[in-house]
Design a protein around this ligand. Sequence first.
Ligand code: BES
Ligand code: MN
Length: 446
Amino acid sequence: MSELGNRVAELLPSVRADLEDLIRIQSVWADEARRPEVIRCADTVASLLSGAGFPDVSVVSAGGAPAVIARYPAPAGAPTVLLYAHHDVQPEGDPSQWDSAPFVPTEVDGRLYGRGSSDDKAGIACHLAAMRAFDGKPPVGLTVFVEGEEESGSPTLGALLAEHREALAADVIVIADSGNWSTEIPALTVSLRGLVDCEVEVATLAKGLHSGIWGGVVPDALSALVRLLASLHDDDGNVAVAGLFEPPAPEQALDIPAEQIRAEAGLLEGVGEIGAGPASARLWFKPAITVIGIDTTPVASASNTLIPRARAKISMRVAPGGDAGAHLDALRAHLESHAPWGARVTVTDGELGQPYAIDATGPVYDAIRAATGAAWGVAPVDMGMGGSIPFIAEFAAAFPSATIVVTGPEDPASAAHSVNESQDLAVLAKAATAETLFLAALGDIA
Ligand code: BES
Ligand code: MN
């Protein structure tokens, strides 16, 4: 291992301790009661970055969650690299389904468990490791940007970008918020899906009615809503909304074996997959629609009443190359035209994040592939990603000449957004080393 690689290895215990401190902060922006924790998290990230040697660190906000911007000016003639991560985390879900407390970092068999351990506090840890490995004097300009509302769809990212455009400008953008093929095989993420969501309300009656007096004659809204939601897929589980973008499936060397999907997803015995084609093509290059919530009468308070109105939230992933706004239009048109029995439908638009496909070629990509290969001892594979990082398309549009590199500390067992999220500590070491070697190489390219 190179001298820099050894340096990262030496630093790892300190970086891990910082990651543990970050996991203890319940930075769930989606939960209003815990927004003070998000503020505390931003302050903690800011002081860690100052401690790592960034001369210029600030916590900024544009009316939304606090983000951190830390800057180290480029040495003469060297490029500037923007290092991205996010410090907000998903809600922990049902704590009783966790094997350890969600906000108490817990190591088991080389993995560190806790909400945000991987997504994406480990991304912050990688950036800290790299700056420390250079003793606060990297060979390139560095700007670290740590967002605080990524898991809420980054609603004020555009405003932050507009306000801090100069400070965020860079030649290369490294996004440490994705994953690897496995704990042994690294990956570069070369495409991500976009994401749109909406709420749909179905109304059939002016008021709730006795289901014996009226049932069988007038429709209840929940049955109408359920039929409407069912129309979103065909019988095989393929998306059935017209007008969605599907790029031709590229020749796919990589696929994900069905047994791996069953095991990692926790698919129950006897339950099959949905949709046609190889799993990687479905995940990376096709749209997907999911019903993520329903408001209706809870079972515990159900009476023999025809429900007059009911509401659902629908989320759709957009294949790379598609336009998120056009997809939301198509979803709305489908919902407005597929309600049974003339039920009234009201659609309220939600968040919108564009997909992104990367041209992963050129000298910067040669450098990241070499650095990743050196750090892991195995060359990285190119992979797509079914998840979304709306930041990418926004920054690509703002800085069209920047090269965007999407890496990250996750692996298929990380269980981001699920219970028992964890970070493999050996992968953290390799990801931090790869980032450090990459920055060193960018210093040499200049
Ligand atoms: N880190 C994820 C995206 C991701 C997921 C990358 C899985 C690699 C593997 C990111 O934090 C995320 O979850 N994004 C949200 C974005 C949304 C709220 C706009 C997503 O994909 O749901
Ligand atoms: Mn993330």
